[in-house]
Each structure stands twice: as C-alpha cells, then as structure tokens.
Design a protein around this ligand. Sequence first.
Ligand SMILES: C[S@@+](CC[C@H](N)C(=O)[O-])C[C@H]1O[C@@H](n2cnc3c(N)ncnc32)[C@H](O)[C@@H]1O
Length: 277
Amino acid sequence: MSGEYYLGGSEWAAARLRLQHELTKCNLDGHLLDPSIPPVKRPMMIADVGCGTGVWALDVAETAPELVQAEALDINLDEVPPKAWLPKNVVCHEFDLMQELPEKLVKRYDIINMQFGSSFIRDAHSKEVMARLVNMLKPGGYLQITDVDYSRWSWVTATGDTKPPEVVKLYELVDQTFGGFHQWKWLGDIETTFMEAGLQSIQSRRVEAKPSTRQPNMMNWMLAMLEAGHALSNHPTMKQHADALLAQRMKAATEARALGVGMDCAVTRGIGRKPSR
Ligand SMILES: C[S@@+](CC[C@H](N)C(=O)[O-])C[C@H]1O[C@@H](n2cnc3c(N)ncnc32)[C@H](O)[C@@H]1O
C-alpha cells in the first residue's frame, strides 16, 4: 500500500487539510519550524513536500517574505489556491516523492518540511524516501517531519467511557482495509530513521494533543473517513470495501455526537541536519 494515497478528491478536502494544519500548529504551540532550527536570517529555499493545500508553505513564507522562497510540492495540486492568489515568494510544482529525483532538485533546499507524509509513505518505502529528501537538501540543510503518532491514538468520551464501540469498530475496519496501522515504524522511531538517513543533530518531539483539539480532531478524522470511503468507491481494486467503510463511519459519527467522543491524537516531529560536508 506504500505510495498510495486514499484521501483527497472531495470538495471539502482543502478545508479538512486546513483544519488539520491548524490543529497541528496549535498542538505545536504555533512553531511552524521547530525552535531547534536556527531562525531565518538570510535568503533561504524552503520546500514543503506533499504540501496538500500548500498551507504550511504559505504560512512559513509570511514569516519572512524578503528572505524565504517557498516551494510547495505535491503529486496533485488540486488543493492549492489559484496561482494568482499566491504571494511572490511561493510557487507550487507537481512532484512525486516516490519517483527518482529530478536533477534540478538535488541539493536545492536549506529546509525541507514534510507534514502528514504517513498518508502515503509506509515502512516499505521509507528508506528510499528519506534518501531522496536528504538528497534534496543543501549540505547543512534541515529536514523536519511532522506527523501523527499512530501508537498514541485514543478516544475520550464526555461520559467517561474511553472505548466508544462504534468508533473503535471503525478504527479496526480501517486497519483491516488498509493493511494494518503498523506500517509506520519509521515514524514511531524517527530518531533511528533520521540517523540511518545520515542526518545529524537529531531532535524529536512527542506532543500530547491539547484538550481543546480533541473534538475537532475527531471531526477531522470523520471527514477523512468519508473521503477515504469515496476514494475507495472509485478505486479499481478496493471498491468492494467502500460500502462497509461508509456504513460504519455513519454509525461512528452518530455515536460520536451522542457520547461526545473526542480524539487524542498525539503529534510527532523529527528534525535532523544534513552534514555540512
Ligand atoms: C495528508 S495530505 C497532507 C498535506 C499537507 N502536508 C498538510 O499538512 O496539510 C498528504 C499529501 O501528500 C500528497 N501525496 C501523495 N502521494 C504523494 C507522492 N508520491 N509525492 C508527493 N506528494 C504526494 C497528497 O496529494 C496529499 O496532498
């Protein structure tokens, strides 16, 4: 399943991604770039890989418009704003991280960000992906990966029951449908992943979800599951799973409203530096 992305393609995908970005930013106390990365004080090329709506690139470009040149890269640019609305220091390009790197991207960036790459990168391809990302960095450049910590998902209910049965069933169904949630060792042990990729000065963070993000996290997941159901129904080999997923999602959504279910969705972030020589 590595390399396949089962979300997107809905009219609200951009809004859902925006919500997810805002929740992540909130849980990371607003740090688009980790404080361990030195502040931008000279002109810098910054890439946002698998950019979705390009929101991270747009946000970071605003922090230092005279110094940051941001490039938002994604296999599918349907969710980015129209070109005419982009500031001068942001460009968007089609780019497939699962393919060989175009020569012009080698050693191009001072900083590379990738947020929620787990949606298309499983363990089977993590080493080649990491090698590609490191190859895109200039010597001395920084890689920052921010994602969900899948080992730390849990549900909370306003009634105190921590195991809402229909929500848990949906989680298990998704697990079976997509071949298991245990395909992200590369994220679970991000320090080792970064070390094996040859990065130095490695830092990692595991951040608990703030209570205020629980309910919107749950809504975001419910929307993602609706998107996944629609994507499955158009998929050549996965169609047969769509109806079951959408039916269970409906039960889970009803339960989430009745019980007041929230999602504790811890964030993980890794930062590493490419050796200067
Ligand atoms: C979950 S979204 C995250 C988007 C964005 N980083 C954010 O935080 O809002 C994952 C993105 O990865 C993109 N993607 C999927 N496969 C890709 C590939 N092979 N190369 C580059 N981007 C890819 C998808 O199109 C989607 O926009």
